[in-house]
Design a protein around this ligand. Structure first.
Ligand code: HEC
Ligand code: HEC
Ligand code: HEC
Ligand code: HEC
Ligand code: HEC
Length: 364
């Protein structure tokens, strides 16, 4: 694939970044900016001023430029590679990422969103979002299933401005994308400032700026694991925002609901559900019932089947205290893609109840 040939050398050094920030604080630099996200990397690793060196375009700058914001490549160009500890977040690779059963076992190297690797392969159509420039268009789904075009609360933008012309592919960012604002068509504009934000850890209030939004997802809040869940444990993981039976638009499920709105509704009918619950707190279930056994006797947070919470200032290691055991779209799905049908976190089509029984504990 052509994108694979592009440069993806970028590496992050968190330690270097802390030193840089420290030096900044003691006044060695006079600029009032701390590049907390990008560490001590040189501007020239990511930007080119004229896209010319000795009257030539350098080979590692890729064939498709020039790129917006004077960048040397595009989103996929930088975010393609194999994840390693201390590295930057890669969401696509030519070599199959190590996923194991659920993508959370030791030795796996996928991040929280999964990977677009599988959707780029033959028969992979249903294993990921078919992003422009990464995968060919989905042959079956011409629009997002359940599209209602809901808006973000914070900047009132909605994917496609509320309509999705058949055959339009999803993009990383922008009008038809997930990251940044939907009110900007150009991807780089949509996330403007996000990479130079220095945000890490807890983002607790909704913002219309990429820099102040969870993973540059406008209006979404959450706790950002510094390793994007390369090696998640019960104590070190993303803490997703959920909201019990509400219309709160800062939740991770509301993000999916912007394109798949019909699936983000509460449709219980008496005691029987007609749609799997999402943004529903399992701590409501009576003590002793099966849902209360999520994570066993101590209700330990399960990285394989994450639950969300009202409060996102810290990753929770034990749940079921109330407001902290909320089902989300990504309790079952990966946002980018997985080795399984319908971007599921585990092999539902193959081994059936594998992940379902983390909550439906009496059905194992
Ligand atoms: C690791 C890659 C990387 C490095 C290193 C880097 N940038 Fe950027 N920069 C980006 C990306 C990606 C964008 C566009 C997306 C965004 O704004 O988040 C960007 C956007 C910008 C923008 C436009 C958006 C804004 O916030 O105004 C400016 C200006 C900028 N960079 C300046 C610099 C300077 C100056 C340096 C060196 C001190 C530098 N960058 C180093 C990746 C980098
Ligand atoms: C020039 C290289 C480069 C380009 C181009 C680039 N990124 Fe990044 N991106 C990075 C690096 C490096 C990081 C890691 C920064 C950090 O550690 O927080 C990053 C981090 C991210 C993150 C995670 C932020 C977080 O909260 O942890 C997202 C989301 C992201 N990029 C999206 C995009 C999108 C969307 C585009 C295209 C519009 C893009 N990137 C283009 C280099 C790049
Ligand atoms: C900006 C719009 C948009 C957002 C936001 C979005 N999706 Fe999608 N989704 C689509 C489109 C378009 C398709 C159909 C084409 C494709 O697969 O890319 C799709 C397809 C899917 C499919 C079926 C894949 C297949 O090919 O059978 C699943 C599952 C899915 N999305 C889950 C999610 C989840 C979970 C989230 C939130 C993390 C989410 N989506 C957010 C646009 C979106
Ligand atoms: C309890 C697990 C679970 C949760 C929670 C869940 N899904 Fe799904 N989803 C599935 C399964 C399993 C499938 C495969 C088809 C089926 O069994 O209905 C699926 C299929 C889909 C599809 C493809 C539909 C089609 O027509 O091909 C989309 C899109 C989707 N889910 C989006 C979402 C969104 C958005 C949310 C949150 C609002 C969500 N899912 C929450 C398990 C879940
Ligand atoms: C994150 C926890 C969680 C996961 C994962 C999960 N469920 Fe559920 N599921 C629930 C909860 C909680 C309810 C609603 C219980 C209630 O209202 O008492 C529910 C409801 C249901 C119902 C309707 C039951 C009724 O009484 O109407 C079915 C069927 C179901 N789930 C099947 C599945 C399947 C199949 C999977 C795997 C694809 C799955 N669930 C994954 C937590 C989960």
């Amino acid at each position: 694939m052509k994108i694979m040939a592009r440069r993806h050398k970028t590496r992050l050094k968190k330690e270097a970044l802390r030193v840089a920030c420290f030096l900044l604080l003691v006044g060695i630099f006079s600029a009032g900016v701390c590049f907390a996200s990008l560490g001590s990397k040189k501007c020239s690793e990511c930007h080119t001023m004229h896209r010319s060196q000795n009257n030539q375009v350098m080979s590692e700058w890729g064939d498709d430029g020039p790129y917006a914001a004077l960048l040397v490549t595009d989103c996929a160009g930088c975010h393609t590679g194999a994840n390693v500890s201390g590295g930057m977040p890669y969401v696509l690779s030519s070599i199959e990422p190590l996923y194991g059963q659920t993508g959370t076992e030791g030795g796996t190297n996928t991040l929280a969103g999964g990977s677009f690797h599988w959707v780029t392969n033959a028969l992979g159509d249903r294993k990921g979002h078919n992003i422009v420039g990464v995968a060919s268009p989905d042959t079956t789904l011409l629009t997002p299933p359940g599209f209602t075009g809901s808006t973000t609360a914070i900047d009132n933008s909605s994917p496609g401005g509320g309509s999705w012309p058949a055959g339009t592919q999803v993009t990383c960012a922008g009008t038809y994308g997930c990251h940044g604002t939907h009110s900007e068509n150009l991807e780089t504009n949509a996330i403007r400032g996000g990479h130079h934000s220095g945000m890490d850890g807890a983002i607790i209030s909704a913002s219309s700026e990429s820099a102040k939004s969870y993973r540059m997802l406008i209006g979404v809040v959450g706790y950002e694991d510094p390793e994007w869940e390369l090696t998640p444990t019960a104590t070190a993981h993303n803490q997703y925002k959920g909201s019990d039976q509400s219309t709160d638009k800062s939740t991770i499920s509301a993000l999916c609901g912007r394109c798949h709105g019909d699936f983000h509704r509460q449709t219980g009918n008496g005691d029987v559900w007609t749609l799997h619950p999402v943004d529903y707190d399992m701590s409501h279930a009576a003590i002793g019932t099966e849902y209360r056994q999520y994570g066993g006797g101590t209700n330990q947070y399960q990285v394989a089947v994450p639950v969300a919470s009202n409060q996102v200032n810290l990753p929770l290691s034990n749940v079921m205290q109330g407001g902290d055991s909320i089902i989300t779209c990504i309790s079952c799905h990966r946002a980018h893609g997985s080795p399984y049908e319908k971007l599921l976190r585990w092999d539902y089509a193959g081994s059936s109840g594998a992940g379902c029984v983390y909550c439906h504990t009496s059905k194992s």
